[in-house]
Design a protein around this ligand. Structure first.
Ligand SMILES: NC(=O)c1ccc[n+]([C@@H]2O[C@H](COP(=O)([O-])OP(=O)(O)OC[C@H]3O[C@@H](n4cnc5c(N)ncnc54)[C@H](O)[C@@H]3O)[C@@H](O)[C@H]2O)c1
Length: 253
């Protein structure tokens, strides 16, 4: 999919990996719509870039539909949908204080997994109505998992389950949408230098980065954005989850 001139929706686009992706797509000439639950940050970024913003919680059907509709209004319809919205929770499955409560588990599943599904289903439904381009292509969706989908650490049971679900949706979604020329891929990032990790002290961040085989540092959000753009542009990439982690394999803790 050619980025220049295409309408792109970046959900979770107000911060971190999503913000970098919104910037990268905008620089490459896409007509970007940012959607995020954080209206303050999303509004500030969209005004800076001169793009549309939709306040949207990925768990809410009407809010995601409204964001898709905003992006779909652009010439040629919505062609690129990237979902970066997500959050974390750290707690063990059970311990001396009892069992992991259900509520935080359900919340993480509903934001990270069901929210990603909500964006994927509504964005792809809009793409089905687009005119077919070269090779019959109508659109491309990029989801965000995590290497925690594969190497979940102590305390990551809810987060890992949610990201494992995102990985699991990738191939069947690509198969479901293949007849319409809509591709689906997932990026599984390792450790990236976003506001999520910025809360840690500098030496803790350095230590985390030093544990990466090569390059020995945290990933830059622009490197995630670069892969998202490469996925959009490379039509043969479909139904795949790509680890972006400098060969990092997380230990148990
Ligand atoms: N930073 C990392 O090292 C890393 C590693 C692996 C995976 N990830 C994943 O990448 C994605 C982006 O993370 P980030 O590091 O950029 O974090 P971030 O906190 O900087 O950005 C996440 C964005 O998602 C938005 N968001 C959260 N809940 C939402 C909801 N219910 N509806 C809509 N928007 C919502 C937030 O407002 C924020 O703008 C997340 O899914 C995260 O799990 C990050």
């Amino acid at each position: 999919m050619q980025i220049d001139g295409a309408s792109a929706l970046v959900v979770g686009g107000a911060s971190g990996l999503g913000e970098a992706t919104a910037r990268a797509l905008h620089e490459r000439g896409a007509v970007v719509t940012i959607a995020d639950v954080n209206a303050e940050k999303g509004g500030t970024l969209s005004r800076e870039l001169g793009v549309e913003f939709a306040a949207c919680d990925v768990r809410e059907e009407e809010q995601v539909q409204a964001a898709v509709d905003l992006a779909q209004r652009a010439d040629g319809g919505l062609r690129i949908a990237v979902c970066c919205a997500g959050t974390g929770w750290a707690q063990k499955v059970a311990g001396s204080k009892g069992a992991h409560p259900l509520l935080p588990f359900e919340t993480i599943i509903s934001i990270n997994l069901i929210g990603t599904f909500n964006v994927l289903r509504l964005a792809s439904a809009a793409m089905v109505g687009n005119d077919a381009l070269e090779d019959g292509e109508r659109g491309v969706c990029v989801n965000t998992a995590s290497i925690a989908a594969f190497d979940g650490q102590v305390g990551q049971i809810a987060y890992s389950a949610s990201k494992g679900g995102v990985v699991g949706m990738t191939l069947p979604a690509a198969r479901d949408l293949s007849q319409y020329g809509i591709r689906v891929n997932t990026i599984a990032p390792g450790l990236f230098d976003t506001p999520l990790l910025a809360a840690l002290p500098e030496d803790a961040r350095q230590k985390l980065g030093a544990g990466v085989p090569y390059p020995q540092r945290l990933g830059a959000p622009a490197e995630y954005a670069l892969l998202a753009c490469q996925i959009v542009e490379n039509r043969m990439l479909n139904g795949e989850t790509i680890r972006l982690d400098g060969a990092l394999r997380m230990p148990p803790r």
